[in-house]
Structures are given as structure tokens and as C-alpha cells.
Design a protein around this ligand. Structure first.
Ligand code: RRO
Length: 284
């Protein structure tokens, strides 16, 4: 696999990076990512205020799938903004700041703070399935309205993390909004929302929070992720940067994302399960 890749003018030392998600919320996690073979340090999607997240159990391994109802546990954007310069200096690799606020105003404030902190790429996550609010990535009226405001708030490369789509119409609408707004990059896919698993002994759902529903990731989502990357690449063109995420457990999986049009590949569930050694193994 091509070891280094340039995305939006930013050089990633490896095209395999961590995707915003697990094991990237604490400062220790971020330092471990800095020391790892991940081509960038992607920070957990942040909210304006710090959050402990949902009650346990909030992650379940249902191999080949994983379910989570984490509920955005994070230190709050201000803490991450403070540490971004230190991470960049210490590890010499790009830092991707991700925001997932509960309002447009929150996202704008966080984007500006990450811009000033020196984040190399800023990702707006419009796809978290585990909040009470509607997933903006599925509400195309709202999606089309908010993207230009985010775009105007920073001169840094601006990425949008998308939910998984399953119809041609959804891809058409999402891409139209992305093009009109002048978004630089997409990250696809976030987890598949509103999935569940039941324990046959207890009759209870395995996730405690959000009424037992959560986002599904892991090997099982690979064909959905590849389909999304391929659809997006076909509409956005071969030069438009796409980070493909979903189902990657090996170098071969990562290569499949690249063949479908991804420029770099994000790893989340495999990293959650096996730790930072996965980046070296996958980019091999
Ligand atoms: O923290 C979460 O519950 C979470 C987030 Br922010 C996300 O974007 N996707 C997901 O599956 N879980």
C-alpha cells in the first residue's frame, strides 16, 4: 500500500489512520495514537461541554459486528484545543479535530477554536446515531443549510463525516450539498444507527442506554462502507478526498476501500479491539 498520502495539501505519513470514535478521547489515548503508526491523530468527536457518555454497558462485541451507544464521552473541545499544539509538536503528524455539537452555534464555536489551535483538518460529524437529536446527515434540508455556515467559519480543510446511505437519492442529495458548500473532504461511513442485540437468557437488550439501540460497526459493515465510498467517489470525482471507514481489519480490507475510491482509510472498531498495533499491521 502507498505509505504516505497527501489529502487537502496535508501529508499523512500513512494512509491508514484512526477514525474518530473509540480510544481517542483521553489525552493518554491521543499520545498513544501519536506514538503509533497511524498516519494522523484523529480526536474523538467533541461537544462544547465535557461528557461522561452513556451508562454501561455501552459497547457490545457481537462478532462480526460491534454495537455502541457510547453517547459522546469526551473531554470537551476546549481541552482538545489546548493539547493540539503539543500533539503536533511531539509527534510531527497531522491532527484531525472532529466536532459533533448539539447546535449549529456549538459547532461553529468548536470549528473556530480548532482552527486557532492549529488542527490540520476539521471534521464535522453529522452522523452520530446515539443522541436524541435527528441525524443531520439524513435531514437533507438541514444538511444543505448548515454546511455553508461551517465552510465559512474556517479556511482550514473542512471534512464532513457522513452516515451510511442506502439509496441513490440520498447520495445525490448529500453530494449536491457538499459541492454547493465547497466542503473539502468526506469521511464515510459512521456507524449504522438504531441497531440492537438481545440476550436470550435475560430477554434484555445488551446495550443499557438509548433504549437498547446503538450504532453498528465492525467487519459486518464492510460491504455497506465500500458501497458508500464507491457511490461518493463516482459523484465527487477521483480527486476529491475521501476517507473510507468501515469494517477494516486487514491490509486487504484497507486496499478494498482504496479500490472503491478512498484516498485514506480509517480504522475504529479493530483499533478498539486490538489497540494501536493495528495501524502498523494494516498498513503493513
Ligand atoms: O460517541 C458515540 O456514541 C458515537 C459517535 Br460520536 C459517533 O459518531 N458514532 C458512533 O457510533 N458513536
Amino acid at each position: 500500500m502507498k505509505p504516505t498520502v497527501e489529502i487537502c495539501g496535508i501529508t499523512l505519513s500513512s494512509c491508514v489512520i484512526n477514525g474518530a470514535g473509540p480510544q481517542d478521547e483521553s489525552l493518554d489515548n491521543l499520545r498513544r495514537l501519536g506514538e503509533s503508526a497511524s498516519g494522523a491523530i484523529t480526536v474523538k468527536s467533541a461537544t462544547k461541554e465535557p461528557r461522561g457518555g452513556n451508562p454501561e454497558p455501552r459497547w457490545h462485541d457481537a462478532e462480526p459486528a460491534s454495537l455502541n451507544a457510547m453517547g459522546l464521552p469526551n473531554l470537551g473541545y476546549a481541552e482538545y484545543a489546548k493539547v493540539i499544539p503539543e500533539l503536533k509538536e511531539a509527534y510531527g503528524k497531522p491532527v484531525i479535530g472532529s466536532v459533533s455539537g448539539f447546535s449549529v452555534e456549538d459547532n461553529l464555536a468548536m470549528i473556530k477554536a480548532y482552527d486557532q489551535a492549529g488542527a490540520d483538518i476539521i471534521e464535522v460529524n453529522v452522523a452520530c446515531p446515539n443522541t436524541e437529536t435527528e441525524v443531520v446527515g439524513y435531514d437533507f434540508e438541514q444538511f444543505t443549510k448548515v454546511l455553508p455556515a461551517y465552510r465559512r467559519s474556517t479556511a482550514k480543510p473542512l471534512a464532513v463525516k457522513l452516515p451510511p446511505y442506502t439509496t441513490n437519492g440520498q447520495f445525490d442529495k448529500a453530494v449536491a450539498a457538499i459541492k454547493i458548500a465547497g466542503i473539502d473532504m468526506v469521511v464515510s461511513i459512521n456507524t449504522i444507527g438504531q441497531t440492537t442485540e438481545v440476550d436470550v437468557e435475560t430477554g434484555q437488550t445488551v446495550l443499557a442506554a438509548t433504549n437498547g439501540f446503538g450504532g453498528m460497526s465492525g467487519e459486518a459493515v464492510m460491504p455497506i462502507a465500500l458501497g458508500n465510498v464507491r457511490h461518493l467517489a463516482a459523484r465527487l470525482g477521483p480527486d476529491f478526498p475521501i476517507i473510507g471507514i468501515g469494517g477494516v481489519t486487514s491490509g486487504k480490507d484497507a486496499f478494498k476501500h482504496l479500490l472503491c475510491g478512498a484516498h485514506a482509510v480509517g480504522v475504529a472498531t479493530e483499533y478498539m479491539k486490538h489497540g494501536p498495533e493495528v495501524f502498523g499491521r494494516i498498513s503493513g
